[in-house]
Design a protein around this ligand. Structure first.
Ligand code: AMP
Ligand code: MG
Length: 358
């Protein structure tokens, strides 16, 4: 008996020695639940630093906190305000995505988003006159930033215009944390920022991370398929994520900046996979607005190089391109070539898979 116990103890010690050290944190930030998991030695310290960084970013970028930098920018009444490198990086990334998508991503859409009640949950359908009036102030190209380079800067919005980084900030937070963790020697981490996935390296066993893509038509949490990631982000935008219904019509939170109405492009969800979480987040929203054909055109033009070929654009990592998983109302799942061997459609979802080679 004693011998069996001794063997048992030894086995436990051996297994404990083999299991990678890990640390986990669940935080609520940027209006969502975030799960951070970091592996390796100093995991506890590193996960803590990542959580703190996200809280810092939230303080800078929150559109509702009266002490945030975005609040100061939105309430400056046309005056110039000083902005941090982080806010500047997001403005630069938003401009790059806005330009590449003909304004499908427009961070000055905030007053329109608010008129629909998507910021508070007090939903309503704004009348045409209200939308028309609010849309007059929507134009990301009217944001002035001096100097036009990375780092701290001075920014000016036209009076009455307001920005919100809701379409990009979680991807940016994931990207910054991943960079910070890599800099601290972390080789394996999984950051799940409310549906925005950011990975560092591979799983501790050396195989790629495998993350589920949600079925937009299924009950919440059902999977459509899986995608393998190494040192990449996977970000999904979908009409099912935040919406309300009136008279049998569904109104969701991703709006077309041309009309101020929920974007109805024939897509029900868009997942973007790439090295830059910021780019993936911005593009997931923009491609949802653009629809399948225009999104594939964009992929053909920039999928390999990305939108900001050098880090000079944003101060972030070179982003190295992207791939798309587009889910259509017709049940077709369109996947671009880079994910050919890394995306797997679940069986019996009722969807059909189409791979776009070029
Ligand atoms: P995401 O979940 O990343 O697709 O971002 C959606 C959020 O971004 C919404 O909740 C709005 O706050 C904001 N938003 C909606 N439509 C747009 C748009 N076309 N451009 C920029 N931001 C948008
Ligand atoms: Mg987004």
């Amino acid at each position: 008996m004693k011998r069996a116990m001794a063997w048992g103890l030894l086995l436990c010690l051996v297994l404990a020695g083999c299991a990678p050290k890990s640390a986990q944190r669940t935080i609520f930030a940027m209006d969502t639940v975030m799960e951070l998991t970091v592996y390796g030695k100093d995991a506890e310290e590193n996960v803590k630093a990542a959580a703190e960084r996200i809280n810092e970013l939230e303080k800078l970028l929150s559109v509702t906190r009266e002490d945030s930098e975005v609040w100061a920018l939105d309430h400056a009444g046309g005056e110039t305000v000083h902005i941090s490198p982080e806010t500047n990086a997001l403005l630069r990334a938003a401009r790059a995505v806005g330009e590449a998508t003909d304004g499908a991503l427009d961070v000055t859409l905030y007053p329109v988003v608010r008129a629909w009640g998507f910021t508070t949950g007090e939903y309503q359908i704004p009348d045409e006159g209200t939308l028309e009036e609010l849309l007059k102030k929507v134009d990301y190209r009217a944001i002035r930033v001096e100097p036009d380079e990375t780092g701290p800067a001075n920014a000016t919005l036209p009076a009455g215009a307001e920005v919100d980084f809701g379409a990009l900030a979680k991807g940016y937070a994931g990207e910054l944390c991943a960079g910070m963790l890599r800099g601290s020697g972390v080789e394996s981490a999984l950051l799940s920022l409310g549906g925005n996935i950011q990975t560092v390296g591979n799983k501790p066993d050396g195989s790629p991370w495998v993350v589920a893509v949600q079925d937009p038509a299924g009950e919440s949490g059902e999977s459509l398929g899986t995608v393998e990631l190494t040192d990449q982000a996977a970000v999904t935008s979908g009409g099912y994520q935040r919406f309300f219904e009136e008279n049998g019509v569904r109104y969701w939170h991703i709006l077309d900046p041309e009309t101020g109405l929920p974007a109805r492009s024939g897509l029900v969800s868009v997942t973007v996979v790439g090295e830059s979480g910021t780019l993936c987040d911005g593009l997931s929203t923009a491609c949802f607005v653009l629809g399948k054909d225009a999104s594939l055109d964009l992929w053909r033009r920039c999928g390999e190089t990305g939108l900001w070929p050098t880090h000079e654009t944003t101060g972030m990592a070179d982003e190295g391109g992207f791939d798309l998983i587009l889910v259509g109302e017709d049940g077709v799942v369109t996947v671009t070539a880079g994910l050919r061997d890394r995306f797997r459609l679940d069986e019996n979802t009722g969807h059909t898979l189409q791979i776009v080679e070029e």
